[in-house]
Design a protein around this ligand. Structure first.
Ligand SMILES: [Zn+2]
Length: 279
């Protein structure tokens, strides 16, 4: 298989499904404690940041993973650390100001952040073996050509911050939660896939992405030179079970029950009211 980013080298590198630096930061390189890794099918305990379970299959090359995208990875780390440390500011403003995160180099760093999420999205789509052209993602990452085909939304979950506070009151390290939703795609009446979507979460932040080459209009945001970006707030009252049940059960229930539920979720998010038309 050829790397989907450079379209040149043999795909010999497994991108982490969750950022390895953040896995190490949260759990330690060898995972001080075994961590519980759950999928819809099963839960298992795994150790170590290089466990195959936390990596995509080899769909990109070492050069793209280690050299071409290394700055993108770093910008993502800075972003996640900022969101973890500045919950209240983001919650009050309901937006993120990239100048506050990255200072004078914010434009390049914001673009790197988008490119990291594009790498994650492309790896998910390619891993699913779908017949869908991801060239807009590779051109964005590799050739620095901006695209309107890739759009994202940031979401802040008030209930997850509340869980963190509760856990810290119990003298633990607080919330340490990462999750990737299933890759969702939508077909038109002719059976042709018209968009892909996915969600990746780190504690109280979720990033939902959409990739569509079919000109779909969504309320998500493509990469631009705007230093501010709206953040959707998922308020506490929309997670009513928090505070009543065991916290692990709550996190567990956060994952979607079925693919239909996930498709409905994206329908609501994307404000799709009509059957999609092939454009
Ligand atoms: Zn490559």
């Amino acid at each position: 298989m050829i790397c989907w980013i450079c379209n040149k080298n043999k795909a010999d590198s497994g991108e982490h499904k969750f950022k390895s630096s953040l896995l190490k930061k949260m759990y330690g390189k060898q995972f001080k404690e075994e961590i519980l890794f759950g999928t819809r099918e099963s839960h298992l305990r795994i150790q170590g940041v290089n466990n195959k379970k936390v990596k995509f299959p080899k769909v990109i090359c070492k050069n793209c993973n280690n050299t071409i995208t290394s700055q993108h990875d770093k910008s993502f780390d800075v972003f996640i650390n900022y969101v973890n440390d500045n919950y209240n500011t983001i919650f009050q403003n309901q937006s993120i100001n990239f100048e506050n995160i990255y200072s004078e180099n914010w434009f390049e760093e914001k673009k790197n952040l988008y490119k990291y999420i594009a790498k994650h999205a492309g790896c998910k789509i390619v891993t699913g073996n779908f017949e869908y052209n991801v060239n807009n993602l590779s051109e964005f990452i590799f050739d620095d050509i901006n695209t309107s085909s890739f759009q994202i939304e940031f979401q802040l979950k008030e209930g997850f911050k509340f869980l963190d506070i509760c856990l810290k009151q119990q003298n633990t390290e607080g919330l340490r939660f990462m999750s990737n939703g299933q890759t969702v795609y939508y077909k038109n009446k002719e059976g042709k896939i018209v968009f892909f979507a996915g969600i990746t979460s780190y504690n109280w932040l979720s990033i939902t992405w959409v990739y569509t080459q079919n000109g779909y209009k969504t309320n998500f945001v493509k990469f631009s030179d705007n230093p501010k970006q709206k953040v959707a707030i998922l308020p506490f009252h929309e997670l009513p079970e928090i505070g009543k049940k065991d916290w692990f059960d709550i996190l567990d229930n956060q994952r979607m029950e079925s693919l239909d539920d996930q498709i409905n979720y994206y329908h609501t998010f994307l404000k799709l009211t009509n059957e999609p038309k092939d454009l």
